[in-house]
Design a protein around this ligand. Structure first.
Ligand code: SF4
Length: 424
């Protein structure tokens, strides 16, 4: 089979892996350019740049039969595999033509985990040592493979991910019976320790070697098993704190083949996925703890509202905060204020008291923030600060035509703030 046909098959099979954020999509016919068929996706490098990656599987053959996976052994599909040199040459050729800045390489499990991991490590070795490729590489660590092989890959890759896939041992046993929690968590733990050691050595010794400098990530499938959002977020919180994880990706379960063990979903739970990402953002950059996001006996997020806004509405006794007096932590809790704006507010008010007009220039999303702040003692939401009125007004606003726009704009702005924070 021609290399380009192989790439079409393997790039298509790789699109279900979200642990490398993908933004490629099909454009309308007649236009110029289309990154989807060739497997080009976009991701964020460690310094906050958006980079394009060749996203492909090494092989879509798999000896395992995970119920949720399109590449499962029992699925009748065309199976193809690359050789390490083919992947290396494709990457280098795409790179030279300026199509991509890096590679995301995952794989089904061919023969056994060690064989597959060897192929991935060999691909990375060829790229780095033979082709002198300095671009970004994100590689998948195969659960159950020898740690020595994973470490070999880790010395060559920028980022490594071991996909945890399901939020509990029971679900793993039910839906991916050939995988074990130990085979997933053990490499994660060891990669996490190695990352910590490498960072420490680099602080001490100028020429110390790097190990997975862009950190490790993982992917959790949402909606294929019965775990609540609370359970998923607790797991994510534990992974961040114990395994040095850079990022957990949440992937809405896409039904690809009927199976009695799976829920009969017509469409993937994309809104749930979106809310989990927002909640995850709050854990990582807004000092939230999981317990705070689940009020009362609620085990799932309220999908109608973004979690920060929902938290604020459930905790109106902590508002309004005065822009000219609140500390950083309290400013960060205001919907519409992100870390960068909070810092700007603190800096600006060292010089002079901030007026409402000046506040606008500092970048908060006032459409949201105005219900939760006072500025120079004045409350300017247009309604009295009364719990019942605010809840009704904010919920109406969120339900209205601009509901999605507000949500996405706010998130994008806060994401941009976070990226700026890392760049500065
Ligand atoms: S091991 Fe990976 S590729 Fe194979 S069936 Fe399971 S999820 Fe799919």
């Amino acid at each position: 089979m021609e290399l380009i046909n192989k790439l079409e098959v393997l790039a298509d099979s790789a699109k279900y892996d979200d642990s490398c954020s993908s933004s490629s999509r099909q454009y309308s016919p007649g236009g110029m350019g289309n990154s989807a068929p060739s497997g080009i996706c976009h991701s964020w490098s460690d310094d906050g740049r958006c980079i394009s990656l060749l996203k492909t599987l090494f092989t879509n053959s798999c000896i395992y039969d995970c119920a949720y996976c399109i590449n499962r052994a029992s699925n009748d599909r065309l199976r193809v595999s690359f050789t390490p040199r083919q992947v290396a040459e494709l990457t280098v050729n795409f790179y030279k033509r300026n199509y991509i800045e890096g590679l995301f390489l995952s794989s089904g499990i061919k023969k056994d985990p060690d064989y597959t991991m060897e192929q991935i490590a060999e691909t990375l070795r060829l790229l780095r040592e033979e082709y002198k490729f300095n671009g970004y590489i994100h590689a998948k660590a195969i659960p159950g493979s020898d740690l020595r092989l994973i470490f070999e890959a880790g010395q060559l890759a920028d980022r490594i991910s071991v996909n945890i896939e399901l939020p509990s041992r029971e679900s793993l046993e039910n839906l991916a019976p050939q995988k074990s929690a130990l085979d997933i968590l053990n490499p994660m733990k060891n990669i996490g320790s190695r990352i910590g050691e490498a960072r420490e050595n680099q602080r001490k010794y100028r020429h110390a070697g790097k190990f997975v400098p862009a950190g490790q990530s993982t992917q959790l499938i949402v909606g294929a098993s019965p775990e609540s959002d609370y359970k998923i977020m607790k797991l994510a919180e534990g992974l961040y704190s114990s395994y040095n994880l850079k990022r957990v990706y949440y992937s809405a379960f896409m039904p690809v083949k009927p199976d009695s063990r799976l829920p009969a979903l017509k469409t993937p739970p994309l809104l749930r996925e979106h809310r989990l990402y927002q909640a995850d953002w709050l854990l990582r950059f807004y000092d939230f703890e999981v317990e705070e996001l689940f009020s009362g006996a609620r085990a799932n997020l309220d999908y109608r509202l973004d979690p920060k806004l929902n938290w604020a509405l459930n905790n109106l006794n902590r508002f309004p905060v005065e822009i000219n007096q609140a500390n950083y932590h309290d400013l960060l809790r205001v919907p519409g204020i992100g870390p960068r704006t909070a810092r700007k507010i603190l800096e600006t008010r060292q010089e002079a008291s901030i007026s409402y007009q000046n506040l606008k220039k500092l970048g908060p999303v006032l459409k949201r923030a105005r219900y939760f702040i006072t500025c120079q003692g004045k409350y300017r939401s247009g309604i009295p600060f009364r719990e019942d009125l605010i809840k009704v007004r904010v919920r109406e606003q969120e339900r209205g035509n601009d509901y999605q726009q507000i949500s996405l704009f706010s998130e994008e702005q806060e994401k941009a703030e976070e990226l700026n924070d890392r760049v500065v």
